[in-house]
Write a protein that binds this ligand. Structure first.
Ligand code: SF4
Ligand code: SF4
Ligand code: SF4
Length: 258
């Protein structure tokens, strides 16, 4: 019996999520056995174009990315956004508040070769859902290896997986951490989707929201926490921009229209 065919694609990203996939498959050979991987540039040279599940890492930042994404969508039964770059736009979207010219000159100077490349870049770095419908998201920067295994197994059974939809603070409390607000830090745990085991606060670093917002964040409770700690919405927004710049700019644009 033929195995379900899966493919991995990379757009603009650091490839850390693909490396997490490679890492997780090394210890889940049952999953590796259950599928046929037909394309995975990070790990193999073959490039099959026949697949049912497409895992897509990275943001859409070039004009040519749009056609490539649409072609993948036409072929795949399930499209999975792999990691914060694909899911949210992520760190790539930090540059969206500047012009492409400005950021490129800052990073590369005025090399003519880079100037030519500019013509291929879109003004905004976008999550893939801004271009094509996405069936499933694997959030995080990078993704969670066990979540990748669970989600893939469910897709192979024809089920659409559900992500945790409660705040990171729940996992943080279960870990018996002292809340970082008591240490004078700003943390996004109260509005961020759980599922990483609150790894950052557990090691003393505030959550920066790489898994994105829960569907109904309790903004009143968040506001109370800020007030109690003599902080303002600006303090939390500054942290949110690490992964959420694209979403913030979308909200600002909608508010301007209203
Ligand atoms: S989500 Fe993070 S780890 Fe994954 S590709 Fe993007 S930057 Fe790299
Ligand atoms: S440290 Fe962050 S995640 Fe943990 S309880 Fe406090 S706000 Fe929530
Ligand atoms: S604690 Fe927050 S920033 Fe850290 S991995 Fe989890 S969601 Fe991402």
């Amino acid at each position: 019996m033929s195995k379900p065919k899966v493919a991995f694609f990379d757009f603009t990203s650091c490839e850390g999520c693909q490396l997490t996939v490679v890492d997780s498959l090394q210890t889940h050979v049952d999953l590796l056995d259950a599928v046929e991987i037909v394309q995975f540039r990070e790990a193999m040279t073959e490039r099959g174009e026949d697949y049912v599940i497409a895992f897509i890492e990275g943001s859409c930042v070039r004009k040519s990315d749009e056609d490539r994404l649409k072609k993948i969508r036409e072929q795949a039964v399930f499209v999975v956004a792999l990691g914060a770059c694909a899911h949210l736009g992520g760190v790539n979207a930090i540059r969206n508040r500047q012009t492409v010219d400005t950021v490129t000159e800052y990073v590369y100077g005025d090399s003519p070769a880079v100037r030519d490349d500019l013509l291929r870049v879109t003004p905004l770095a976008r999550p893939i859902e801004a271009v094509i419908p996405v069936d499933v998201v694997l959030p995080g920067c990078p993704i969670e290896r066990e979540e990748f295994v669970r989600v893939t197994k469910q897709l192979l059974q024809g089920r659409i997986p559900k992500l945790p939809d409660y705040p990171m603070c729940v996992e943080c409390k279960l870990n018996e951490n002292v809340c970082l607000y008591h240490r004078g830090q700003v943390c996004l745990g109260a509005i961020t989707r759980a599922g990483c085991g609150a790894i950052c606060p557990t090691y003393g670093d505030p959550c920066e929201g790489c898994r994105g917002l829960i569907s109904n964040p309790n903004l009143d409770a968040m506001q109370s926490v800020l007030v109690e700690n003599n902080l303002t919405a600006d303090d939390i927004m500054a942290r949110f921009t690490m992964f959420g710049t694209y979403q913030l700019m979308q909200r600002e644009a909608q508010a301007e229209k209203a």
